[in-house]
Design a protein around this ligand. Sequence first.
Ligand SMILES: [Zn+2]
Length: 124
Amino acid sequence: MAQLDRAERLAAALERDGATCVWCGGGFDRLSRPTTEHVVPRAKGGPSWLENEVAACRRCNGERGHRALVEWLDECERRGWHPDVPRLERVLVDLKRAIAERGGQRRARPELAAQLRRLRRRAA
Ligand SMILES: [Zn+2]
């Protein structure tokens, strides 16, 4: 998977998760193209791996900025959108496993652990 380029990873994420925005639940078309959303933001050390990437529409991706995952998730729900919480949890778990296997990612690890904990606490 490490050999896939950015466009190929986005295509793989759409194949894996379905062709909807992870934040608002909207579908994609010619006017709303999918963009790559990093679950753990790159600004917080998140790697450009398929395991850290999901599809989001340009509006949601842009409005999230560098906000932490659960903070932005709560904001999406306040706005009456339909974020894909199971997808987010699945990706965080996969990313945790990928980091454990490949090593490194020292900056991403604590952020990932904190967001997974918050996600599970809010589901409980
Ligand atoms: Zn969206």
